[in-house]
Design a protein around this ligand. Structure first.
Ligand code: BG6
Length: 505
């Protein structure tokens, strides 16, 4: 992609003083600038509730870059200054309709003085209850009007709080924006390594033939986090792991792992295939929940000399909170490729490692010729490591050199870091650039969001209505409640314990 292929445009960030803007968005825009990917005529408008002048905001942006940019930033460099000259600020109280009239005038003024066409990306980096409010205010002042340039909105997750609220939000957004103007961001889809799952599957001849119920025994998807909720307790306590991670990130990864190959590589074809998977998820009914879903919450624990705080002691969390910080579940996809193959999905906070990976467990060979000689039973696995130490590994049995036929499990691994000359771009860089160029392939479509809510909603309802469904406590720094292993229904099968460094067990 060359900068002259991208339309000149303005990026308006609502919530520009917030955590997401500071940590992710501004550093991502800066990196795109350094990589020469932004158009020549480009401006960022920070729209925040605080009263500030442009210089103060530029200093704030510089601070964010110092703290969070990928590489250290020399504040006095020409590049840093050139970037800051593209940054502007307007005070906007998202709830005050009139502020949007002022914003409109400001955009018109900038667009005429800087000679930038009014192609605009509006980034909603704001609390979810404000999405519909800001969208309505934009519409009220014609800031959605495409007569003088295209308009796109990027909506952060969570998209809705439940199935009904997601549908309602969607309707409200569609009041002024067409589907092709709405970009529902799920940063997992922006991860290079998640996209690589498609490339691994569909650009090679030898993975696809075994990627089905005939050869696959089960698939595990783990997104483990070492950190707790930290300062996000207020938000997290109303959300929980099911809404925060499963409904969006993990179901999207599941869809990419299990989708049918599209016949052409374009946004519609890919999204048509992923949505079919989400629509084929076998519903988990109220009375089956205990057999299919295990929820947990971290209590205090110890790591070396450090005492790790329990969830209920985190700031912003109710002292008797029943919010889950861990979910493990068994799901099925009712279609021809995956009929009756179990998928085990788990995510949790305050676990021993930060690891996200997909493990395809293949069925054993039909006849174990070397059974008596195996040191460990050959474990045929394909591991797609999303982070850290991104890559792909294959585990299989090999003869131990020497007399006889002793077999041992070995591992062949590809590490992304070996492609030293290629850097992995941050998810937000990729996704912002895609929206700027009008490519929605890696954004969730309305039907996909709807299908994933439809799947998780009955579970959330059951938890809410049946307090007797257990919430298992786990010590911080452990792999979650032991009860999560019961999902396998076989005392010899357990969750794979991933390691930070790419090796297999
Ligand atoms: C966010 C969740 O969407 O994803 C956070 O709100 C979570 O709770 C984060 O920590 C995980 O993202 P990543 O890229 O660090 O795996």
């Amino acid at each position: 992609m060359k900068k002259n292929q991208i339309d000149s445009q303005i990026l308006v960030i609502f919530g520009s003083n917030g955590d997401l803007a500071r940590r992710k968005l501004l550093p991502a825009v800066f990196q795109l600038f350094l990589d020469n990917l932004l158009p020549e005529k480009f401006a960022v408008i920070g729209a925040g509730s605080q009263e500030k002048d442009e210089n103060t905001y530029r200093n704030d942006v510089m601070q964010s870059l110092n703290e969070f940019a990928k590489k250290s930033v020399d504040e006095n460099s020409d590049k840093a200054n050139e970037f800051l000259q593209k940054v502007y600020y307007k005070k906007v109280n998202n709830q005050a309709e009139d502020d949007f009239g002022v914003l409109k005038e400001y955009i018109e003024h900038l667009s005429s003085t800087l000679e930038i066409t009014q192609n605009i990306v509006y980034y909603f980096s704001i609390p979810p209850f404000l999405y519909e409010v800001v969208a309505a205010h934009l519409v009220k002042f014609g800031l959605n009007n495409e007569d003088n340039g295209w308009k796109r909105i990027i909506v952060e997750k969570p998209f809705g709080y439940s199935y009904d609220t997601a549908i309602d939000l969607d309707k409200k957004l569609h009041n002024g924006f067409h589907e092709n103007q709405i970009y529902r961001i799920d940063h997992y889809l922006g991860k290079e390594t998640v996209q690589n799952i498609m490339v691994t599957r569909f650009s090679n001849g030898f993975f696809e033939p075994i990627w089905n119920r005939k050869y696959v025994d089960r698939i595990e998807i783990t997104a483990a986090e070492k950190i707790g909720v930290g300062s996000r307790g207020g938000y997290y306590d109303t959300s929980g792991a099911m809404r925060d991670m499963i409904q969006n990130h993990l179901l999207q990864v599941l869809a990419v792992v299990t989708m049918e190959p599209p016949s052409i590589f374009d946004s519609d074809s890919i999204r048509n295939e992923t949505v079919k998977v989400l629509q084929a998820l076998r519903p988990i009914k109220g009375n089956e929940i205990a057999n299919y879903v295990v929820r947990g919450q971290y209590i205090s624990g110890q790591e070396g000399d450090q005492i790790l705080q329990g969830y209920r002691q985190e700031p912003g969390v109710a002292p008797n909170s029943k919010t889950e910080t861990f979910v493990a579940m068994k799901v099925f996809i009712d279609n021809w490729r995956w009929g009756d193959v179990p998928f085990y999905i788990r995510t949790g906070k305050q676990l021993p490692e930060r690891v996200t990976e997909v493990v395809i467990h293949l069925k054993p060979a039909p006849h174990q010729l070397f059974k008596q000689l195996c040191l460990t039973e050959p474990n045929n696995m394909i591991i797609l490591r999303i982070h850290p130490d991104a890559g792909v590994a294959i585990d299989f049995g090999m003869k131990i050199p020497g007399a006889g036929f002793k077999v041992q499990n070995v591992n062949m691994a590809f590490h992304y870091s070996d492609l030293a000359e290629k850097k992995i771009s941050e998810a937000y860089e990729r996704l912002l650039l895609d929206c700027m160029t009008g490519d929605s392939t890696l954004y969730a479509r309305a039907d996909a969001v709807k299908a994933s809510w439809k799947f998780v909603d009955p579970i959330l309802q059951a938890w809410k209505n049946n307090p007797e469904i257990p919430l298992f406590f786990y010590e911080s720094g452990t792999w979650g409640p032991n009860e999560s292993n019961t999902l396998f229904g076989d005392k010899y099968v357990k969750w794979r314990q991933p390691f930070e460094k790419f090796k297999t067990d």
